[in-house]
Every structure is written in structure tokens, then in C-alpha cells.
Design a protein. Structure first.
Lengths: 244, 126
């Protein structure tokens, strides 16, 4: 599979006005939270330790919102650029993502860990886009996780397909059928909202992940578990000799 | 004299903690992160006021309100609905669900939740 993608399909899957609406919806929650916490900081009613905690929370929420805006920007410019791909060791990317998001998880009293299995060969991917896809999945998983649950980053060899599956597993509520079907069909249709199961998501993150995956010659998949869900990206194994 | 009790139903734990800090001066605040846990808590202790986020993980705020309306002893508890989707709720008759006021989280003033909570709990102490 080459590194190009179907621009027409990518553009058709996210109408401009729908995309703007979805982006506004996704950004409103973190911005409302930042606003509320900032109001508290200026209220003068907090202890020093409370102030420190709130300042830390504002920083983490801002970073999360900025990840989304950066994803949106890259998504919008995807048609104008070719994203270079290279041979990457997926476990390294997984550890980078785990390191980046651990402070956010810890601030929420959650655990993010990487599952270690047998050796997995390198893949062909764009480093930045792959990180964004995994951060996207892990950001989402945090929302659907409670105190006693762990979110796992995993890497699995799909030998028969010549691919590697890199993803995030959570143990939260069931994945809505509409979302699962959309992922299987390859089209993240709007709206991807299931009020009964995993609400508060416009499906924008999934659409962006699909675009990024397609730009790298990969595909996005989802697995419905009895408890929770896995979201993953599948990428082709690199046939280049490893220099390690 | 015991303070009135608010059931705060909000799945964003940091936002819930912020609201609780605002309300705790006047109220005993019980926090639930989901509609189901709120229903369980209300069975144990009936609150004087319910503050609920419209969008929750799992069953949403409207599911909770439906449940409350189906019980005679709970249907009269005043409800304040918090939302980021004010524009999407304008066509729904929320008074039928016991909702006294809808507050937009994006423009909520620093002490507005406390002011509104005092108004509907009958606690006008300043």
C-alpha cells in the first residue's frame, strides 16, 4: 500500500459546515472548564495547594484542547501536503504517547500503561500522524474510564495481513453500534453520537484519525469488548532492514 | 440547623470539584458522575435540589429526569440543568421534567450557580 490517499473520499467524509460544528462542540467542553477554573483562580477563595492543583489542571486541559486544534489544522491541510513516511518502531511511539499523556491521566487518578508482548517489527508510518492518532484514542479513552480502570496502549502483529495493529484499549461503557459500524465501513458518518453509551463526542476525533491513517496507507479499526472498546490503527510492516 | 442537600450530577470530575467548592459554603453537596449512581444515591438520601449536566457518560441527564418524574416523591425536587448545548434544548419543554433553570456552562458567572441554587432551595442567605 503506498503512502497516498483518496483526497476526494477524505474531503467528502467531512463536510465543511459539519466539521466546523463538530470542532466547536469538541472544543466547547475544555474551554468551558478552563473558564470555570480561571474564574476560581481570580476569586481569591483558594488555598495555595488548591491554586497549584487548578493551575496544573488548566495547563493539562489547555494542552488537550491544543492537541485537537493541531489535529484539525493538519486535517484541513492534508490535501495540500504529502506526509513523508518512514520505518518506525511502534513500541517507541507508544512509549512517547504514554509519556506525554501520563500527567493528564495521573491528574485524573487514572492509569495509562503499555502492554508488552513479543517483538513486533517496524511499520511504515508518519511519526507525527501516528502519535496524533494514538493521542486522540488515549484522550478519548480517558473520558470513558473510571478510577479503578486502566487504559492500555498495545501493539500487535497481524502476521497474516503483513500489518501491525497499534491501539488503545479501555474498559469503559460499551462501544455504540453506530460507531462500530462506521469504523468498519471506513466512513465516520455524522453524527456519531450515541446518547445511551458513549455520548459527548461528535465523532470528529475518529474522522480525523481515519484521515491521518489513510494518509499513511493505514486503516482505523475498532473492537467491541464485553467491557469497553479498543480503537486501533493498522499499518504495513516495514520491509527495510532494521539498523538496531 | 442542617444545610440543604444538593445532588450534583456531573461526569467531568474537575468541573464537578469546581462547582462543589462554590456550593459547599451553603449546601451539603453529594456528587455523582453518572445518572445511574445519582439514582442510587437519591434512593439513599433525597436531596433538596438537583444540579445535573445534560450530557453524561452512559445514560444522559434526561434519562435521570425521566426516572425522577416516574416517582411521586422525587418528581417535585427542583432541577437545575447545566449544558453546553443550550441551543439544542430550546425546543424541549423542560418544565415537565422539573427543570427550573437551564444554565449555559460556557457563560456561567463565577457565583451564578450558587445564586441560582440558593434561589431554588429556598436558602437566600448571603
Amino acid at each position: 500500500m503506498n503512502g497516498g490517499y483518496d483526497a476526494q473520499r477524505a474531503g467528502a467524509s467531512l463536510g465543511v459546515s459539519e466539521g466546523v460544528l463538530a470542532a466547536a462542540h469538541e472544543l466547547k467542553s475544555p474551554l468551558a472548564l478552563i473558564r470555570q477554573l480561571s474564574s476560581e483562580l481570580s476569586s481569591g477563595r483558594l488555598t495555595d495547594s488548591q491554586r497549584q492543583i487548578i493551575e496544573h489542571q488548566i495547563r493539562l486541559v489547555s494542552e488537550r484542547a491544543l492537541r485537537l486544534t493541531t489535529d484539525l489544522t493538519k486535517s484541513a491541510t492534508l490535501q495540500a501536503e504529502l506526509f513523508a513516511t518512514e520505518s518506525l518502531q511502534p513500541r517507541m511511539i507508544v512509549e512517547e504517547v504514554r509519556g506525554e499523556l501520563t500527567p493528564l491521566y495521573e491528574a485524573h487518578n487514572r492509569a495509562l500503561r503499555s502492554v508488552r508482548r513479543a517483538y513486533v517489527p517496524p511499520v511504515i508510518a508518519n511519526r507525527d500522524l501516528l502519535r496524533r492518532v494514538l493521542c486522540n484514542f488515549a484522550d478519548n479513552a480517558l473520558f470513558y474510564t473510571t478510577d479503578d480502570q486502566v487504559v492500555e496502549l498495545f501493539v500487535q502483529l497481524q502476521r497474516e495481513k503483513g500489518k501491525v495493529r497499534i491501539g488503545v484499549r479501555d474498559y469503559g461503557p460499551p462501544l455504540a453500534t453506530v460507531v462500530w459500524r462506521s469504523v468498519r465501513s471506513g466512513h465516520a458518518e455524522q453524527p456519531l453520537v450515541s446518547m445511551a453509551e458513549r455520548p459527548a463526542s461528535s465523532g470528529l476525533g475518529l474522522q480525523i484519525a481515519m484521515q491521518f491513517a489513510a494518509a499513511m496507507g493505514g486503516t482505523i479499526g475498532a473492537i467491541r469488548h464485553k467491557r469497553g472498546a479498543s480503537f486501533y490503527i493498522e499499518l504495513p510492516i516495514s520491509r527495510q532492514l532494521s539498523l538496531l | 440547623m442542617s444545610r440543604p442537600t444538593i445532588m450534583l450530577v456531573e461526569d467531568d470530575t474537575w468541573l464537578a470539584a469546581s462547582y462543589k467548592r462554590q456550593l459547599v459554603s451553603d449546601f451539603e453537596v453529594i456528587h455523582s458522575a453518572s445518572a445511574q449512581s445519582a439514582i442510587d444515591s437519591i434512593d439513599e438520601k433525597k436531596p433538596d435540589l438537583i444540579v445535573v449536566d445534560y450530557i453524561l457518560g452512559g445514560p444522559n441527564g434526561m434519562t435521570l429526569l425521566h426516572e425522577l418524574q416516574s416517582h411521586e416523591d422525587l418528581a417535585s425536587i427542583p432541577v437545575i440543568l447545566l449544558t453546553n448545548l443550550g441551543h439544542a434544548l430550546s425546543h424541549i419543554d423542560l418544565t415537565a421534567y422539573g427543570v427550573c433553570e437551564v444554565l449555559d456552562k460556557a457563560i456561567l458567572g463565577p457565583s451564578e450557580l450558587l445564586r441560582v441554587a440558593r434561589k431554588y432551595s429556598g436558602n437566600s442567605a448571603v
